[in-house]
Ligand binder design. Structure first.
Ligand code: XLS
Ligand code: NI
Ligand code: NI
Length: 435
């Protein structure tokens, strides 16, 4: 434990504390609606943003000050494991997530990459056994390397499909080794640059083929993580097939994958798709497919995936409300797919940013629980749809009516009145729960 020598394990100290390295709202053992905050929130730290992201942007060089660089890429990879588990332990976070390329250097061949992964995951496993920290999910990065220029499973090049399959197999072997609870597919390059040269159906059928191979292999090795698709509309591809929750559900159902696949929904991907995060969660919930979430937020003034740490309590409240309505998020969790801003380049910012995100979700949880206990939305919606509880409405939802019977009814009742929604009052009262 030497990467953050001046920081102790972060504790809950309440709103009035002056200590930056303390939770002001996240109190892991506090019970809310019958479960501890820790059980509700199931936080996870993302390896890529925390350990490998260097602060560079299209206009600027790396800026992050990090003390884990060693003499060789493998030394650095080993140091990162040490530092990562120090971060998890100090933050009191129980879960983590990674891509294969985050944890181990690619080396000069696929064989070397796999053997690097074996060595590093041995180390990770040791740390997991010592600390009790668990793997929420892992995934294969099938979008960064030039070989994926035209996609992975959706590539026009069958060699790339085969290579991707090998990465997924390794990912599942690692998932079994580390007891991964979920396994994620995010199709960064699974889409197209131009429809002019693209066979959409062929490409999507191939993605489904790879997913079915993954299900079959999981069954074969006796390890069945919850498979998750992470929708995102664009970036890096111009158009990505898993555009949003509804599109991903259509794909899942078309290919008969609903018994093995759910969704991993990310806040910033929702806004990129032109939706609120709660919309995406609500869609998934309606399909019983809300698997896990990638917590972050976009910038309303920027149109891309900025992956900022979530600090907006309005959004976390509505997200936590969906999670409560879902009966919880397990076996998924709340993974901080979030990165520190370029100007937050110090090592300590890695801890401070997570504390900010955890506190914001804790506040969201408390507000959402209060909204639920007060039946704030329940009463509102009950009243709004009351016309379906008696009379003709009750008969419609009991499927007792048809076009002819309703025509007879409408002819006799064509003097219709509607009630105002008073939506401004609703929004103003909702504010009472946020502060
Ligand atoms: C990128 C995605 C990615 C996935 C995992 O936008 O959010 O980080 O979560 O591949
Ligand atoms: Ni993500
Ligand atoms: Ni993202």
């Amino acid at each position: 434990m030497h990467y953050f020598p001046n920081v102790e394990k972060i504790k809950y100290e309440g709103k009035t504390t002056e200590n930056l390295f303390a939770f002001r709202h996240y109190n892991p053992e506090e019970v809310i609606m019958g479960k501890t905050m820790k059980e509700h929130l199931r936080f996870a730290v993302a390896y890529w943003h925390t350990m490998t992201q260097d602060g560079s942007d299209p206009f600027g060089d790396p800026v992050n000050q990090r003390t884990w660089f060693g003499e060789t890429p493998m030394d650095t990879a080993r140091n990162r494991v040490e530092a990562f588990f120090e971060i998890l332990t100090k933050l009191d976070v129980e879960y983590f997530c990674f891509h294969d390329v985050d944890i181990a250097p690619a080396g000069d061949s696929l064989e070397e990459f796999f053997s690097n992964i074996d060595e590093i995951t041995d180390l990770i496993k040791e740390k997991m056994d010592q600390t009790g920290i668990k793997l929420l999910w892992n995934t294969a990065n099938m979008f960064s390397h030039p070989r994926f220029v035209n996609g992975a499973a959706s590539s026009n090049n069958a060699e790339v499909f085969a290579y991707s399959a090998a990465q997924v197999k390794k990912g599942l072997d690692v998932s079994k080794k580390l007891g991964g609870e979920n396994y994620v597919f995010w199709g960064g390059r699974e889409g197209y640059e131009s429809l002019l040269n693209t066979n959409m159906k062929f490409e999507q059928d191939n993605i489904a083929r790879l997913f079915k191979m993954a299900i079959a292999y999981g069954e074969k090795i006796g390890h069945k993580p919850q498979f998750l698709i992470e929708p995102k509309p664009m970036e890096p591809s111009k158009h990505q097939y898993d555009f949003d929750a509804a599109t991903a559900m259509a794909f899942i159902q078309k290919h008969g994958l609903e018994n093995d696949f759910k969704l991993n929904l990310e806040a910033n991907h929702a806004t990129l798709a032109g939706h609120t995060f709660e919309h995406e969660l609500n869609v998934a919930r309606d399909y019983d497919a809300l698997g896990s979430i990638d917590a972050n937020q976009g910038d309303v003034l920027l149109g891309w995936d900025t992956d900022e740490f979530p600090t907006n309590i309005y959004d976390t409240t509505l997200a936590m409300y969906e999670i409560l309505e879902n009966g919880g998020i397990a076996p998924g969790g709340i993974n901080f797919d979030s990165k520190v801003r370029r100007s937050s380049f110090a090592m300590d910012d890695l801890l401070l940013a997570h504390i900010a995100g955890m506190d914001t979700f804790a506040r969201g949880l408390k507000a959402a629980a209060a909204l639920k206990e007060d039946r704030f939305f329940d009463d509102l919606k009950e009243k709004r749809y009351a016309s379906y509880t008696t009379g003709i409405g009750a008969k419609i939802v009991a499927d007792e009516e048809d076009l002819e019977s309703l025509t007879t009814y409408a002819l006799a009742h064509d003097d219709i009145t509607n009630e105002s929604s008073h939506l401004e009052v609703v929004k103003s009262r909702l504010n009472d729960y946020l502060v």
